[in-house]
Design a protein around this ligand. Structure first.
Ligand SMILES: C[S@@+](CC[C@H](N)C(=O)[O-])C[C@H]1O[C@@H](n2cnc3c(N)ncnc32)[C@H](O)[C@@H]1O
Length: 269
């Protein structure tokens, strides 16, 4: 089949947007290229057909194509790693705005590595660390760090072991698992494809925030910053956890839907 016929085939079953995304991700053919090269025949159509089938079976588009995008960059994803969400831009932007460029920063629960890679690309002189426990997610983290040719220091460990890395940090940033265990079975069907280990924040959804507050804040330098992505109803309780560790200037930042999305604060000087 030609590119045009393949596109038309996908469009019969999927939305136009999804069919176009699969064309782009598998063949690198966008709308303009399709108009010019539509009658050419690809070397193989297997990967394209497999992606269409996977999407038809209900798999999230990003898993079907193996690619996701965050702040203008492309990342490899697949089952076993959380699909990046645009919401995470709020935390990353807060971090970028507070950096000068040579800081020592650690991204806890790094997943595909979108946070660490973005910071490393924006600030090549900074010392960026990324911690991830799960094997599959760690494989994607390694692959994305390499793909973007960044110098992120990778740590394959459990964040409940704060001794997995030495020294103090200027910034700790994290988008940890924060969904209450009892809610997980009710999440929409596409989310059910994502690893529970990336979602499950324990009985009250706060296990990882408690861990970060109790074990990691002491690893911040004086004047250092903590930046945490949160679930929309967690701002008050996460702020309280930070207050208990003598974090000051605590504030909550909203996302574009006007929902609480990030809690941040500073260690007393
Ligand atoms: C909500 S996802 C966030 C991934 C990525 N930071 C992002 O924003 O897309 C949380 C990540 O934490 C990892 N994780 C879960 N438990 C962990 C632990 N105890 N130590 C380190 N990482 C953990 C999961 O595998 C998952 O990749």
């Amino acid at each position: 089949m030609t590119y045009f016929e393949l596109y038309s085939y996908a469009k019969k079953y999927l939305t136009e947007y999804e069919a176009m995304c699969i064309m782009e991700d598998i063949f690198g053919i966008d709308r303009l290229k399709l108009a010019i090269h539509g009658n050419d025949v690809p070397e193989s159509e297997i990967e394209f057909m497999t992606a269409v089938e996977k999407r038809l079976s209900g798999m999230p588009l990003q898993y079907a194509t193996g690619k996701a995008y965050f702040m203008g960059r492309e990342y490899f994803v697949g089952e076993g790693v959380l699909i990046p969400r645009d919401d995470t831009e709020v935390a990353v932007n807060e971090c970028i705005n507070s950096m000068k460029g040579t800081e020592r920063v650690i991204d806890l629960c790094s997943g595909s590595g979108i946070i660490a890679v973005t910071l490393a690309k924006e600030f090549p002189q900074a010392e960026i660390y990324a911690v991830e426990l799960e094997n599959k997610a760690y494989e994607y983290l390694e692959k994305n760090v390499e793909y973007h040719s960044t110098d992120v220091r990778l740590i394959h460990d459990n964040i409940f072991n704060e001794n997995c890395v030495d020294g103090e940090f200027d910034i700790i940033i994290s988008n940890p698992p924060y969904i209450r265990t009892d809610i997980i079975p009710d999440l929409q069907s596409e989310v059910q494809y994502e690893p529970t280990t990336a979602l499950d924040g324990g009985n009250d959804g706060l296990d990882f925030y408690r861990c970060i507050a109790e074990k990691w804040i002491k690893k911040l330098k004086k004047g250092g910053k903590i930046i945490l992505e949160i679930g929309e109803e967690q701002a008050k309780r996460v702020s309280e956890l930070l207050k208990m560790q003598e974090i000051t200037q605590i504030c909550v930042v909203k996302d574009i839907q006007n929902l609480d999305r990030v809690v941040l604060g500073t260690v007393k000087k």
